[in-house]
Write a protein that binds this ligand. Structure first.
Ligand code: ADP
Ligand code: MG
Length: 253
């Protein structure tokens, strides 16, 4: 077993009377891809929201690389090297693709958009070059100056991935990154995510598409009604009767 870098310990989160996360424990190895699967409403997005500081858990802790994330603000968690692709793309519709990818890098530098004038210009050119490279990596190089709002849903997801990659995260959280993509685009995204695996980045991927899960995941955990009901190697989890019952059977939409 390698170095465990991300620890979720005894996470609980309720919305009114609804127990969205019930005593969730998850430990992720550095550089690995850990998939979280489970029926709609199982609590998967809630779990990622807790990791990135958008939601405060009622109890429990999240620790990444020995730093506790629980209680930190989203931008502080981003500074630690945690980035996330949301279930609904959060992009700047009226800005160009290039601007969209540059903004997170500009904002990261001092936690705000304020830049000193000449430091700003110097770094901006470097950031622009890198943003162009990243747009090429995610397969959007032909649309650099196009407004992001005009992209298809699948391309918006790829753009958002680019907005994460420019931050060089050490932990990347992906909430259904291939939702709304054609099979062709899904396969391209799988290839891209496989490539960035080599950089040693740790990833958590929430995914409905079993082809994506089994192509990418080193380990799989199954969340059902807020509880982790199975965790293990993809092949083992797939054969687990409890999982078949709860997820791969009738519950899958
Ligand atoms: P998943 O991503 O697995 O589909 P979610 O984490 O989005 O599930 O939601 C888990 C449960 O929590 C669902 O029943 C959902 O309706 C509920 N829920 C999620 N976010 C909120 C919220 N902000 N307020 C109230 N209920 C919520
Ligand atoms: Mg969700």
């Amino acid at each position: 077993m390698g170095n465990l870098v991300l620890h979720l310990d005894s996470i609980q989160k309720s919305f009114g009377g609804l127990r969205a996360l019930v005593n969730v424990n998850l430990h992720v190895e550095e550089g690995k891809t850990h998939a979280i699967i489970g029926p709609n409403g199982a609590g998967k997005s809630t779990l990622l929201n807790v990791c990135v500081g958008r939601l405060k858990p009622d109890s429990g802790t999240v620790t990444f690389d020995r730093q506790e994330l629980t209680g930190k603000k989203p931008h502080e968690i981003a500074q630690i090297g945690v980035a996330r692709v949301f279930q609904t793309p959060e992009i700047f519709q009226d800005l160009s693709l290039l601007e969209n990818v540059m903004i997170p890098a500009l904002a990261k530098r001092d936690g705000s958009f304020r830049l000193s004038f000449y430091q700003g210009i110097r770094n901006q050119n470097e950031i622009r070059d890198e943003a162009e490279q990243i747009l090429e990596d995610v397969g959007l190089q032909e649309h650099l100056d196009q407004n992001a709002g005009s992209l298809s849903r699948g391309d918006k997801r790829r753009l958002e991935l680019g907005m994460c990659l420019i931050l060089h995260p050490r932990l990347l959280l992906l909430d259904e990154p291939t939702a709304g993509m054609s099979r062709h685009d899904t396969n391209r995204t799988i290839d891209l995510l496989k490539q960035i695996k080599e950089g040693g980045m740790t990833k958590i991927i929430i995914e409905h598409d079993m082809h994506v899960v089994f192509s990418l995941a080193d380990k799989v955990s199954v969340l059902a009604r807020g509880k982790i009901i199975a965790s293990g190697l993809p092949g083992d989890v797939r054969e687990d009767p409890v999982v078949k019952e709860a997820y791969l059977g009738g519950a899958h939409e």
